[in-house]
Design a binder for this molecule. Structure first.
Ligand code: SF4
Length: 684
């Protein structure tokens, strides 16, 4: 059989390498894949966004790393070395860091794009092979506020507790801080169908995005004030007698405190805080009151704040007060961002967590997982530092002196990125596993070239909690290894008493055992079941219909207060800066910026014509944006669709996160990516 015949005959059903929708697609070809539609996969029914259609562009680039590299710190020069040499070098560096700082002298940083098998193995590697508590991941910066709020309110965090298609069945959909049409276009059809059946869409976003263009009501609050809006809406629902007293009595606790806490949030006060006209606040409450089905979905715009988890709780309170949570076509959900944002937060790469969404400080959880790993429970470390706090501690006398990074481009994606870069530079050993020389890999002492996406098999858990199987479709370049092989090679060199399988299906079976009985229990899921059922929703199709996951079966309502952004505009930094995504790029851009068929126009500074006029800036002029942490220069994009007191910068390129604020949410430890105070001036 010729190569051409092999390629045309081979069709592999798999999933997109990018966002949390995990659209199904077919790949043909063994070397350069061709993407085609997989109409039978229920989430996207064959539809893909331009990133998905262009995913094959991840292959064939000249920048692909195919040999381990070691950097000479004196000269800065890279040398290609053998795998044995590289892994020996890493193991020696780890031992040196442990000798100097104990087990916590070594840290691990993972990613929300890693497969479940990798995330699980990474958590096990940290706790067993390294014995360190110092592990966290970039998903902390994505969905952690919603996760924290969901666990507090419902006792369980599955981003969407129902299939995404349920959106079509609701009467009013409230999207808080989500640009769903641009960030996951195949999901936009649900909004269209909802509106065709007469349902209404409300979008709350400081920018008029393509999603807001499809809304029946678009509210543009001052960044960081979504919480106050929720308090004001609930105030009006109480006043109108629109809450559901029997649901509140039977299915929740804490309602009286919540009701009292919103008593003073009359619409005019909301207007003063949020900048939204009082009559629009009333219009929103009127849309929600008396409807059989109301659905509230939050995303990063509401969550990436130092008040993010309280903001989510405030919107959950609205959904609970209306008696919506657990009702079909209604309730609350979070639109997770990263490809495996859901699974990545379930299986042990978070600082406070063991597989199955278990808590690492729970003795029963420790005993169960230690049993699966074949170690004594006392050998497992306790909770470590959260993602930003971990990076902030690197290279300090109290912090780790060695760091292993998988699936994260920290230099671009961390808040206060200049400071974080200096912490990475202060390490004695930085090891990065990646497919290309990312901005973070460029700082490393050792770079390990690994397989990506269609070159390897593994499961992902999409935003609905649907466990899907990414199947290996193409042959990896020679010279690269899987992350699982890297961890196994290091564990062996470090004399780990636990084994580290390299076959993903074997790892998944072990993950199932480790998660058994936990909140996210995968023990009944197998690769074959995923293939047969085109994905398996863990916990069942719809959650909370009868009861919540707290011991008494009731949801918890918490009275939360508006605090506002950690940094308010002032004379020196007079505008709000917010950050976000553009359609053609994904996360830090390490993948998508290298796909030639995707436009890479670089960053821009979006601003309103009124602000541009005040600054004397015309379309395309260079402008400098500065905050207390750093500055960047980019062309102005002057649009009437953003608030005049706010500028927006996309975060896919180096720059935006030099500006962002590292103020953390007290519950989720989420940094305040979405708002800080900035100055904007014309010129470079
Ligand atoms: S919406 Fe997300 S998962 Fe679907 S094709 Fe686009 S990037 Fe991929």
């Amino acid at each position: 059989m010729t190569q051409t015949e092999t390629q045309t005959e081979t069709q592999t059903e798999t999933h997109c390498p990018y966002c949390s929708l995990q659209c199904g697609m077919r790949l043909a070809g063994r070397r350069t894949p061709e993407v085609s539609a997989w109409e039978e996969f229920p989430v996207n029914r064959g539809a893909l966004c331009r990133k998905g259609w262009a995913a094959a562009g991840l292959y064939g680039g000249r920048e692909r790393l195919t040999s381990p590299l070691v950097r000479d710190r004196e000269t800065g020069e890279w040398s290609a070395v053998s795998w044995d040499h590289a892994l020996d070098r890493v193991a020696a560096g780890i031992r040196a860091a442990q000798a100097a700082g104990g087990p916590d002298g070594v840290a691990v940083f993972g990613g929300g794009g890693l497969t479940n098998e990798k995330a699980y193995s990474l958590g096990k590697f940290a706790r067993v092979a390294l014995g360190t508590s110092q592990i966290d991941y970039n998903g902390r910066w994505c969905m952690s506020s919603a996760a924290s709020a969901g666990i507090r309110a419902f006792g369980l965090d599955r981003g969407l507790p129902f299939p995404l298609a349920d959106v079509e069945e609701t009467d009013v959909l409230v999207l808080v801080g989500s640009n769903l049409v641009e960030t996951m276009p195949p999901a936009a059809r649900h909004l269209d169908r909802l509106r065709e059946r007469g349902g209404k869409v409300v979008v709350i976003d400081p920018r008029r995005t393509p999603t807001a263009d499809r809304a029946d009501l678009h509210l543009q609050p001052v960044p960081g004030t979504d919480l106050a809006l929720a308090l004001g809406v609930l105030h009006l629902l109480v006043a109108a007698g629109a809450v559901d007293p029997s649901y509140l009595a039977e299915r929740t606790t804490g309602w009286e405190d919540v009701r009292d806490s919103v008593a003073s949030w009359w619409p005019e006060r909301v207007e003063r805080v949020t900048g939204i006209d009082a009559h629009e606040v009333r219009a929103l409450a009127a849309m929600l009151g008396g409807k059989p089905r109301v659905m509230v979905l939050t995303a990063r715009g509401a969550e990436q704040h130092s008040t993010g988890s309280d903001t989510v709780l405030a919107w959950i309170n609205v959904a609970l007060a209306l008696g919506m949570v657990g009702r079909r076509g209604a309730g609350y959900g979070c639109l997770t961002g990263q490809g495996n944002g859901q699974g990545g937060r379930e299986h042990g790469q978070k600082a406070d967590q063991l597989p199955g969404y278990r808590r690492i400080d729970d003795p029963a959880a420790r005993a169960h997982v230690a049993g699966v790993w074949g170690v004594h429970p006392d050998a497992l470390p306790g909770p470590g530092r959260s993602a930003y706090e971990l990076l902030d501690a690197l290279g300090t006398p109290e912090g780790p002196s060695a760091l292993l990074v998988l699936g994260s481009n920290i230099v671009v994606s961390a808040p206060r990125a200049t400071h974080v870069t200096s912490r990475l530079e202060a390490l004695d050993l930085l090891v990065v596993c990646d497919v290309v020389m990312s901005e973070t890999a460029a700082l490393a002492d050792v770079v390990l070239p690994v397989t990506q996406w269609a070159e390897e098999t593994g499961t992902m858990t999409n935003l609905e909690g649907r466990v899907v199987l990414r199947q290996r479709a193409i042959t990896p370049p020679s010279g690269v290894r899987t992350d699982l092989q890297v961890l196994a090679g290091l564990a062996e060199r470090l004399g780990s008493q636990a084994s580290f399988p390299t076959d993903p299906e074997e790892v998944f079976a072990e993950l199932g055992q480790a998660s058994a009985g936990g909140p996210a229990d995968y023990s009944a899921i197998t690769y074959q079941r995923i293939r047969d059922e085109k994905g398996v929703l863990w916990g069942g199709e719809r959650l909370f219909a009868e009861s919540f996951a707290h011991p008494d079966g009731r949801a918890r309502m918490y009275a939360v207060e508006h605090r506002g952004a950690a940094e308010q505009p002032c004379a020196d930094y007079p505008v709000h800066l917010t950050t976000g995504r553009v359609l053609a790029q994904y996360q830090s851009g390490a993948q998508t910026r290298r796909v030639r068929s995707l436009p890479d126009d670089g960053p821009f500074v979006e601003m309103h014509p009124l602000l541009a006029g005040r600054l004397g800036v015309a379309q395309g002029d260079a402008v400098r944006v500065a905050t207390r942490r750093g500055e960047m220069t980019a062309p102005a994009k002057v649009v009437p669709t953003i608030r005049p007191d706010t500028v927006f910068v996309p975060f896919h390129w180096v720059g935006a996160n030099r500006l962002t604020n590292d103020a953390l949410d007290p519950a989720s430890r989420m940094p305040e990516f979405k708002v800080c105070a900035a100055s904007v001036v014309a010129g470079a």
